[in-house]
Design a protein around this ligand. Structure first.
Ligand code: ATP
Ligand code: SF4
Ligand code: MG
Length: 370
């Protein structure tokens, strides 16, 4: 995965667990891109132990950062992941790649059980699946020229032959992300914010991945530069057939890049579906509130209720509310006492759009999430 300060702690964590799980990996040929998702996630959880006493005697408190996330992602698709700060988006992205060890759940990438991967399989995964961070500068080594940084990654992965071949490839990568060959001799501090993000993307692409977790890749950039980097990511996807998990809190950016969108609240997905459907007609009360705050060129698309202002803050993930996690802030007229008891599962809506909603008061087709 991408190196540098931001990835160090995570890599250490991975290193501690590498080699422990060598069994249970499915055969390479098991993945059929036409029928099987590139990535399949089921009931993923990641809890962080924190200081303080838990609710049960003798138990430490824990942050339930990701608390039962399930979704599929097909090759060539972009799934947007949105939700308020702290809802578990980054933790989900990192746990999928085992940059953070999941607490429980299943992850399959190209048909292989990611949680069962040993050192060798993880090394392959690190080539096939990459991550691009919000702040590329903190993950770029300030002491290496850009050319050396890229050739170093190629060398570690044994790609593109000798030193000459690697230098040639480094220049090609710079060209691929809209930078110039002479940029290879410069240091990260000599680049603008947008250019640094292009470098972050070039480094991710250097190992020829199929899947990239884009964790707020444009959130720190000026609006005009954001559009350039988003368009670059889209162009690269079309050219290289990449699959993205695109994490962002900017709903307009997510709508622009995503085929499907998942909305997270307090560590869970509360609604997931095709971007066009979800933005046109959000169903979960939380999604409706989120989208009602987004300025739209067409007022008719803002939904029938206009702006919905949520009261109160997001509850602490250390002590999430029982039942529906959204119930303390829910504005839905049908909210009742059962909302504080029943945890709603994600269920398909009967409109046949492929959308799923986790709310007992929204019409669904019943049945458990596959
Ligand atoms: N290492 C950690 N130790 C303890 N708690 C953590 C740790 N990392 C994340 N958390 C907590 O887990 C929750 C989810 O964090 P996460 O970074 O995944 O959210 P996010 O949706 O990416 O937020 P943002 O939009 O601000 O990036 C938060 O409450 C956060 O404080
Ligand atoms: S289950 Fe109840 S509290 Fe939760 S979103 Fe639906 S109406 Fe609101
Ligand atoms: Mg985050």
């Amino acid at each position: 995965m991408t190196g540098g300060a931001r990835g160090e702690g995570a890599r250490e964590e991975v290193a501690r667990t590498e080699g422990v799980r060598a069994e249970g990996v499915r055969a390479e040929g098991a993945w059929d891109p036409g029928r099987t998702p590139l990535l399949s996630v089921r009931d993923l959880t990641r809890y962080f132990p924190v200081k303080g006493k838990g609710l049960l005697p003798g138990r430490r408190a824990q942050v339930k950062a990701v608390d039962g996330v399930s979704f599929d992602l097909h090759a060539g698709e972009t799934l947007g992941l949105v939700g308020e700060s702290g809802c578990g988006k980054s933790t989900t992205g990192r746990a999928i790649l085992r940059l953070l060890e999941p607490t429980s759940g299943e992850i399959h990438f190209k048909g292989k059980d990611v949680r069962a991967m040993g050192e060798r399989e993880l090394r392959t995964l690190r080539r096939q699946a990459q991550i691009v961070f919000q702040d590329p500068f903190s993950s770029l080594n300030p002491r290496l020229t850009v050319g050396d940084m890229l050739t170093e990654v190629l060398k570690v992965h044994g790609l593109h032959g000798d030193a000459r071949g690697r230098r040639k490839r480094a220049r090609e990568l710079l060209d691929l992300v809209g930078l110039l060959p002479e940029h290879a001799d410069r240091y990260p501090h000599e680049f603008s914010g947008g250019q640094r993000q292009r470098l972050g993307i070039a480094r991710a692409l250097s190992v020829e991945p199929e899947f990239i977790v884009c964790d707020e890749p444009v959130s720190a950039l000026d609006v005009s530069v954001q559009a350039q980097v988003v368009n670059l990511l889209k162009d690269l996807q079309a050219e290289l057939g990449l699959t993205y998990l695109f994490i962002a809190h900017d709903l307009a950016v997510v709508e622009h890049v995503s085929d499907r969108v998942a909305v997270m609240y307090l560590g869970r997905i509360v609604e997931i579906g095709p971007a066009a459907v979800l933005y046109r007609e959000p169903r979960h009360p939380y999604t409706r509130a989120l989208l009602s705050a987004v300025p739209r060129p067409d007022p008719g698309r803002r939904g029938e209720t206009g702006r919905i202002v949520l009261e109160g803050d997001v509850p602490s993930p250390v002590d999430p509310p029982p039942g529906c996690p959204f119930h303390p802030r829910c504005w839905h007229p049908d909210r009742d006492a059962s909302c504080a008891r029943v945890v709603p599962a994600l269920r398909p809506t009967p409109d046949g759009t492929g959308r799923e909603v986790a709310c007992t008061k929204v019409a669904t087709s019943g049945g458990a999430h596959p």
